[in-house]
Ligand binder design. Structure first.
Ligand SMILES: Nc1ncnc2c1ncn2[C@@H]1O[C@H](COP(=O)(O)OP(=O)(O)OP(=O)(O)O)[C@@H](O)[C@H]1O
Ligand SMILES: [Mg+2]
Length: 328
């Protein structure tokens, strides 16, 4: 079935016109050459990359709880949830506008308009009762990551994200808080500050998650290192470090700033045995109006560390075997 026409918007800039079907599949992308600098960096190289950028915008199918959330909200796929929520996010300023509707960024953006992230609520607590009285135009924000998460609005209107944990332990949330404390005590300011949060989890029971305020806004969006790397040709088996450095410097970052941030991040990841600093867990900040790169995003997502996936018992066994090997 032919799709409907949408503009890909960057705030109020019409970046391109494209067709999107109900499942979120793209076709017939026509870039507005007058605004081509606003094409998402990840999609600038060619049409395949553009499709990949779009596909990566949907909530991953593999997100814990995503299938239940899609089903309960009546979405046939993550792509359809993306389209129905105009592909809005709280990490950047892209969205889609159905052709002929004449909506503006001010009408829809999640930084300023109310939303209830029912999708996120259900990923954390599959027994969450959807309160129809609170229904808003948007019930899902585009975001990456495997862990259950929801976006909320506090009493002062500030946006924050709550993250859950794998399995029964709350270690990932505790690790985020520990990592924040480590950075704070080092006097390193460019980190996301996680605190513990009471959450309702599956079975409507009390549980523990972690909370972090949005480090993006209408004046500052983040772009992942993975997206930046889509602007250059990568050699197979090559470390991403140098290509990432090349891209960051070409976008105006100072070499000393790149090195200082990466050295600090690599050192602290090593200390907390973080096993998850992949290219979607590093990002830079950009001014969405001037497109100027402002430096690295705060260090975030440090929860998969400190042997979070080793049970207490098997941890003890590993330590014991190691001790006996060294002290025969
Ligand atoms: N405080 C924040 N403000 C703005 N965007 C954020 C914030 N925290 C996370 N994000 C965005 O949401 C994405 C997912 O968050 P995060 O990496 O913490 O989740 P995750 O499920 O633990 O990821 P992973 O699959 O890498 O373990 C990030 O890659 C980032 O783009
Ligand atoms: Mg992540």
């Amino acid at each position: 079935m032919a799709g409907k026409e949408y503009y890909l918007m960057h705030k109020n800039v019409r970046v391109c016109l494209m067709e999107i079907d109900e499942g979120g599949r793209l076709s017939r992308i026509r870039i507005n050459q007058a605004e081509k600098e606003h094409v998402p960096l990840g999609g600038q190289m060619n049409s395949t990359k553009f499709h990949e950028w779009w596909r990566d915008r949907a909530i991953p199918k593999t997100r814990h709880g995503a299938q239940t959330a899609l089903q309960r909200l009546g979405y046939p796929s993550a792509g359809s949830a993306l389209v129905n929520n105009l592909a809005l996010s709280l990490s950047d300023c892209y969205w889609i506008m159905p052709r002929g509707t004449d909506l503006s960024w001010e009408d829809v953006n999640l930084y300023a308009n109310d939303f209830v992230d029912s999708f996120g609520e259900i990923t954390i607590n599959r027994d969450y009762r959807i309160d129809l009285r609170k229904a808003t135009r948007f019930d899902c924000a585009a975001s990456q990551g495997e862990l259950q998460k929801k976006w909320c609005i506090d009493a002062d209107g500030r946006r924050y994200m709550i993250k859950g944990n794998y399995g029964q332990s709350y270690q990932q949330s505790l690790n985020e808080v520990f990592a924040s404390s480590l950075h704070r005590q080092q006097g390193f300011l460019n980190h996301a500050e996680y605190t513990l949060a009471d959450v309702r989890i599956d079975g409507d029971q009390e549980g523990l998650g972690c909370l972090c305020y949005d480090f993006c806004s209408e004046g500052a969006e983040c772009i992942s290192a993975w997206e930046l790397l889509q602007t250059v040709k990568l050699r197979s088996n090559e470390s991403y470090y140098y290509p990432l450095k090349e891209v960051c410097l070409s976008l105006g970052m100072k070499e000393a700033d790149f090195t200082a941030f990466m050295d600090y991040q690599i050192m602290t990841d090593f200390l907390i045995s973080n096993t998850d600093r992949h290219m979607n867990n590093i990002a830079v900040m950009r001014d969405p109006d001037t497109l100027e790169i402002r430096g690295f995003a705060p260090i975030y997502d440090s929860g998969n560390s400190m042997f979070y996936n080793v049970s207490f018992q098997s941890g003890k066994d590993i330590w014991k075997t190691d001790y006996l090997r060294r002290h025969p």
